[in-house]
Design a protein around this ligand. Structure first.
Ligand code: MIC
Ligand code: SF4
Length: 643
């Protein structure tokens, strides 16, 4: 029987387990990446592992999230990251060099290799035929220490792309269509593998837009074959030697299949507040637009920005619109500067930002109260923009640029002729903002600012837990709900005591105080609890506040692993209806817990307030069980080192 592309790469990297969907496997990791909002934690954890030098083929430390330096915190973090990288053997991409996923695609992604990144959009590199997976910082730290990465073997989903996109319809519309069909939890436990004759028209950055937003499906990864398009892109990046042809076997068997006819797609948007609330833009009626943001790791490639510049060239944006443009990398910015497109943006009335995440993660450019913002980014969760009442629509560069001109959401096809942007045969290459590690790390001193606080550790799982439910929430709770990002909270990423004060602040500002007062407690959630980002702060902060277990209908993959890594027990309802048997503030009791979870996949939870017993499942693998019993991965490693 033939293999899918994902199965081929997994089998070449398989260290443990068998490739049966749902079974735990371990794979060897070739490359890792972090960014500055997740990197500091990952590296503090790496230090705690006591290893001298990274053991991966390539490890990258990017700075792209916390580039607004309102106080000393972010700059201190960057200095820590730079000195850490020098000492331990990582390459350090300085602030201003670009967004991690865009730069990684340009300069380092390699077909057939594995990449583990402390950022949920790491699968962007799947556009290059790489198996790229997002994970929590602790998993990155262990991968850098040479340990394999554990995951459940995903189901491989085939998405066949047929035909060719019409003018004004772009790669963003393809992934919005997949999101419309599968929803934000449709990809959990799956790898989305693209194939079909439609691929021949999609360049690597366009493919990367699609694999990037596989994160919004909850997918483990998304991947494209490595073909002639891939070779041309690598050649234009001066890296043809990195190319290998890769594709699924013709008789590969997939777990699920989906066909998308590219010629039938129309310009679309994802409406507030979920990436799967997808509608054709033409069907929306009159929606006035106040702000347009072009950028983020989803749509900030050369092609994306050139397309937007071509639409704006010689025109002026609507007087009521604020148009913000953030090129994805210094390479992109330099090429726009050289060919005049930057000037087209400036003359049209755009505000040019540095090459960083910026508005995508609420770092600057928060919209006005109740404002409509059209963004080429990947997430429109409520409040993520920095303004809770803002209405954020996700769109491709064509819809975004058209909205900037019209001052309202319009079908860009009404603008007339579409300019086709050719792929460059040669990109501008200058890696001088990527600093190599010191040949010998011993001499390098790591500089730590006062905001970098020691790592908190959990205690081993107690035998009995009697505690209240601190918070009960509904379906699709995001990590942005659990620990928000934004310019106010992000600078505290290296300071768990301080950041924990913001836990669930958008939902219930009293959460932190109530959790601390109770000393220990539980969270009850609905479906897909913890969707969105890879930030392990969404597990670390609740752990620091005494949360012992999360009881949910289902979990998002990365967040569930992060909970386990921090020693928090993730429990799912055997019968989803039992969710209704627990209320906020109810007192729950779990007895003989260590035996219960060790003996089988069952935990009985007594709701003392309602006098009922509820059966929960933990679904822990043997390894995960050991981590939870030890009180998290770091405790587990320390215990092993003592033995
Ligand atoms: C995001 O898009 O939410 C982030 C900020 O890039 C996160 C990482 C983080 O929370 O630090 C992600 O997607 O993993
Ligand atoms: Fe940065 Fe936004 Fe991409 Fe996250 S999704 S890495 S914040 S650009």
């Amino acid at each position: 029987m033939g293999k899918t592309l994902a199965e081929k790469i997994i089998s070449e990297h398989l260290v443990k387990g068998t490739m049966i969907p749902g079974e735990e496997i371990a794979i060897r990791i070739d490359q890792t990446l972090t960014q500055d909002a997740t990197g500091t934690m990952a590296y503090l954890q790496f230090e705690a592992l006591g290893i001298d030098r990274v053991k991966t083929r390539l490890s990258m430390s990017y700075v792209d999230h916390n580039t607004l330096q309102n106080g000393f915190e972010n700059a201190d973090d960057h200095r820590f990251l730079q000195t850490f990288s020098r000492k331990y053997g990582l390459y350090y991409s300085k602030a201003g060099n670009g967004i991690c996923h865009q730069v990684h695609l340009e300069r380092f992604a390699k077909p057939g290799e594995t990449l583990l990144g402390a950022d949920s959009h790491t699968p962007t590199a799947g556009g290059m035929g790489m198996l790229a997976i997002g994970a929590g910082g602790l998993d990155i730290a262990t991968a850098m220490a040479g340990e394999p990465f554990y995951l459940r073997m995903p189901t491989i989903v085939k998405v066949e792309l047929v035909g060719r996109l019409a003018p004004w319809v772009s790669a963003k519309d393809i992934i919005l269509e997949v999101l419309r069909r599968l929803t934000v939890k449709g990809g959990v436990g799956k790898i989305i593998e693209y194939c079909g004759e439609g691929l021949q028209y999609l360049s690597v950055p366009e493919r990367a837009t699609i694999t990037n937003m596989g994160a919004e499906l909850g997918a483990t990864s998304s991947i494209f074959p490595s073909d002639e398009m891939t070779r041309l892109y690598l050649k234009a990046q001066g890296r043809e030697q990195d190319w290998v042809p890769l594709a699924a076997d013709a008789d590969a068997v997939y777990g699920e299949e989906l066909t998308i006819r590219l010629d039938e797609l129309v310009p679309m948007v994802a409406c507030p507040h979920s990436p799967d609330a997808v509608r054709p833009v033409a069907e929306l009626g009159e929606i006035k637009v106040d702000q347009v943001v072009i950028g983020s790791c989803t749509n900030s490639s050369y092609k994306d920005l050139m397309q937007a510049a071509a639409i704006l060239r010689g025109k002026k944006i609507h007087p009521d619109v604020s148009l913000v443009v953030a090129p994805g990398s210094r390479q992109v910015l330099k090429m726009l500067a050289d060919n005049g497109a930057l000037s087209d943006f400036i003359m049209a009335g755009a505000r040019i930002l540095e090459c960083a995440c910026g508005p995508c993660v609420g770092v600057g450019q928060a919209p006005a109260t109740g404002a409509v913002s059209v963004r080429t980014i990947n997430r429109n969760f409520e409040g993520r923009s920095g303004t809770k009442s803002a209405q954020v629509y996700l769109a491709g560069p064509e819809v975004a640029a058209a909205a900037a001109l019209a001052g309202k959401l319009i079908d860009p096809r009404s603008l007339g002729e579409y300019e086709v942007i050719p792929q460059p045969t040669k990109f501008v290459i200058d890696d001088s903002m990527i600093l190599p590690p010191a040949p010998e790390g011993e001499e390098v001193e790591i500089i730590r600012g006062p905001n970098i606080k020691p790592l908190p550790l959990n205690e081993p799982l107690p035998q009995e837990i009697k505690a209240p439910v601190i918070l009960k929430v509904g379906d699709n709770i995001t990590t942005d709900h659990i620990v928000p990002a934004g310019s106010k909270v992000l600078p505290l990423r290296s300071n768990i005591p301080a950041i924990s004060e913001y836990t669930f602040s958008g939902i219930d500002p009293s959460f932190a105080a109530r959790a601390k007062a109770a000393g220990k407690g539980f969270i009850v959630g609905g479906e897909n609890y913890g969707q969105g980002s890879s930030r392990e702060h969404a597990a670390l902060a609740p752990m620091y506040l005494g949360i012992k277990a999360v009881l949910a209908k289902s979990f998002a993959r990365i967040h569930r692993s992060n909970l386990i890594n921090m020693g928090i027990l993730p429990l799912t309802f055997e019968d989803a209806k039992d969710y209704d048997l627990i209320g906020q503030e109810d007192e729950l009791q779990l007895v003989e817990l260590r035996e219960q979870i060790s003996q089988g996949n069952k935990v009985v939870v007594k709701n003392l307030s309602k006098d009922v017993e509820i059966t929960m499942r933990h679904h822990l693998s043997e390894r995960e069980l050991a981590l939870v019993l030890a009180g998290g991965l770091l405790n587990y490693v320390r215990n092993a080192q003592k033995e």
